[in-house]
Structures are given as C-alpha cells and as structure tokens.
Ligand binder design. Structure first.
Ligand SMILES: Cc1ncc(COP(=O)(O)O)c(C=O)c1O
Length: 365
C-alpha cells in the first residue's frame, strides 16, 4: 500500500453548521458585497483581535497592498527585497514605482536594515518590506531610518497575521501592514486581504480605492479598482477567527516536532525564533546548506514519496522573467543564495505527528 499524500498545506475549515448559520441571513438581506453587515462586524472583530485602531478589508492580499501603496501617494523609488512573494514588487511596479532591491539578513531572511541607507536617493519615497514566514522585520531600525529620511514604511505581513512583538500586535508597526487571508494562510477568508494602520489621514483614499474610487453616489474622486471583500468571505473570517488560537497551537506542535528532528543535522539550517515574538507558525522553512542532498534533490526525494514541499520564494523576485533588464541591478547575494537553498516543509493545523516524522525520515534517511 502506498502512503497518503502529504500536501504542502491544507486549508482550515470551521464547523460546516457554523458557517451555514453565519451566511443564513444573506438569503433574507440579499446584500452580498459592498460593505454588508458581516463585512462590518468582521472589521470590528479584527480591530479588537489585531489590536489596531483601523482595519480595511480587501478581495485579496495583493490588491490590498496595491491599494495601500496607491493611497500613500508614493512616488519614484521604493526599497524592497528580492526574497519575497512576487506580489510585493508587482504591487510596487503596478503603481508605476521603481523597485530598488535591498539584500536580506541571513538570520531571519528579512530586509537588512544595515543596507537600506546606501540605497536611498532623492527619489526614494518608501520602504516596503516583508515579514518573511512570520519572522518580523527589524521594525525599530527601519523606523529610525524612515524617520531620518522622511520615508513611508509599509509592511507586507502576508505571513504574520496575529503575531505580536513584545506584546504589541504586528499591525501596529510601520505606517501600514498588509495581511493576506488567502485559503492557504494560518487565518483565512477563502480569498482576502487586510490592511491595518493607525493614522487614516496617511491613506485618505484607501476605503474608496477598493470600490473604483467612488467618493459619493455619482462622484469618482480616485482612479480606484475593484478589490471588495464579499459577505461569504467575511463570514468565513468570522467563523475561522473563533478557532485561530487552536489552529496555531496545532501548527506549533508540528513545527516543534520538525525542529526536534532536524536541528543539529549537519547541512540543515533552521531559523532561530526571534526574541519577544509570538509566532503563528505559518511556515516551516529549512535551508539546505551543504547537506548530503541539495535542495532540488530533497524536493524530488519528497515528491517521489508523495510529500509536497515548496521552493518559497523562488526565483528571487528580481530574477523573474518579467523583470529581466527593466530595473537597475542590485547585488543581493544573501537573497539569491536563499532563493536557491530554502524549502518550506508541509505544515497545517491537524498535521499528524506521524506525517511530520515521515517528512523528516524522507529527508534524513
Ligand atoms: C509575502 C506575500 N505577499 C503577498 C501575497 C499575496 O497575497 P494574496 O495571495 O492574498 O493575494 C502573498 C501570498 O501568498 C505572500 O506570500
């Protein structure tokens, strides 16, 4: 008998009856999108859960990032990194801005604050950096640099929903933070995105951009888009929020088992947890750094055993075909190295310990 498939991830589902109960009212109200009752209730719950004063909801994380960059009114160049989802730099480029690629830190794969200032020119307007796998950017150093040079800071927190730093919700750092609530994320709304921010005056058009830029019934003040979250998605969020702590605890168990089996193995590097951060255990990245098999061989060994890991992020964003030759070249050796050496292992709530063992056996034996 062959073993079951182990997927790279698996969407969490709330109890079916609870979801049905949540959407039942829609058959009476017939209000399915455009800031319905569930959307508004979900926003309020998120403000409480994330501990942030303002939350705006979107159809997905990518459009949320595009919208907040547009609403910030950025110009010229934006400093970002090549070790992130293509969405981060696409959101910059699709706003007519130029990405400037900064290298990352080996310790947590986030933007290297020590390399930012050398990239700042008179055209720089912002830093858009990613909390990679839920490892947080060095927010204090970044804030200091941003203040000194008058830059906006927007975090791509697609991986960092619900995390805290020293007890403070991660949505409070920088001028704004985007969280993706895609079906594969720790917390999801099927498709969805969230932007948190403290000062609405910094993003005056955000809630209009989401709806084509309408500022009144017949007034269109901004060149917006359609990035609305619908009521079925908000209902999924309301249901999933109730189970989030349990989901995170379950992922944590699997993640700790991986760490036990894989730490100390020659040629395998694991990222060390950052101090004062409570994680959501979104991913379990492993760096194959002189291991007896290289990353591609490990990926194949796993796939041959019906286990699906992911090269994430690969290729490095600046190596994507669509960016080829379009922007200035920046040396980012740490990002390039990790794009070629990292795998994220299967991880999801309810992952059986035997499945974690099977993944580890397939790597190690
Ligand atoms: C770092 C990062 N940014 C942005 C996105 C885009 O989010 P979404 O898929 O919700 O559009 C993702 C998606 O996985 C991501 O990993």
């Amino acid at each position: 008998m062959t073993d079951r498939k182990i997927p790279v991830t698996r969407s969490s589902m709330p109890p079916f009856e609870e979801y049905v109960e949540e959407i039942r009212g829609l058959w009476d109200s017939r209000w399915l999108s455009n800031r319905g009752a569930l959307h508004r209730r979900f926003e309020e719950q998120l403000e409480r859960y994330l501990g942030t004063p303002h939350v705006s909801l979107f159809a997905n994380g990518h459009l949320a990032l595009e919208a907040v960059i547009q609403a910030a009114g950025l110009t010229g160049e934006v400093i970002t990194t090549p070790f992130t989802h293509i969405s981060t730099s696409h959101a910059i480029v699709r706003n007519g801005l130029e990405p400037v690629f900064c290298d990352i830190l080996e310790s947590d794969l986030t933007i290297d604050p020590g390399k930012i200032e050398a990239l700042i020119t008179e055209k720089t307007s912002a830093i858009v950096a990613t909390h990679v796998y839920g490892y947080l950017c060095h927010v204090d150093d970044i804030e200091r640099i941003a203040k000194k040079h008058g830059l906006v800071v927007i975090y791509d927190g697609a991986h960092a929903f619900g995390e805290t730093l020293d007890g403070v919700g991660v949505g409070n750092f920088g001028d704004a933070v985007m969280f993706s609530t895609h079906a594969t994320k720790v917390f999801h709304t099927i498709e969805g995105g969230i932007v948190t921010y403290r000062d609405p005056s910094a993003f005056p058009s955000l809630d209009e951009i989401v709806n084509f830029g309408f500022t009144g019934n017949d007034e269109i003040g901004y060149i917006g888009t359609n990035a609305r979250m619908n009521e079925f998605e908000a209902a999924m969020g309301l249901c999933n929020l109730k189970y989030l702590e349990r989901e995170i605890a379950s992922r944590r168990m699997a993640s700790e088992l991986y760490a036990q089996r894989l730490s100390g193995v020659p040629g395998i590097r694991l990222l060390r947890p950052q101090e004062k951060v409570t994680y959501n255990y979104a991913y379990h990245p492993v760096i194959f750094d002189g291991f007896k098999y290289d990353r591609e061989q490990v990926l194949k060994r796993l796939a041959d055993r019906d286990i699906f890991a992911r090269r994430y992020f690969y290729p490095a964003v600046d190596r994507a075909e669509c960016y080829n030759g379009r922007y200035a070249h920046y040396e980012t050796p740490v990002a390039q190295y990790h794009a070629d050496h990292v795998l994220t292992l299967p991880l999801y709530a309810g992952m059986a310990p035997e499945d974690v063992e099977r993944v580890c056996d397939a790597i190690l034996r």
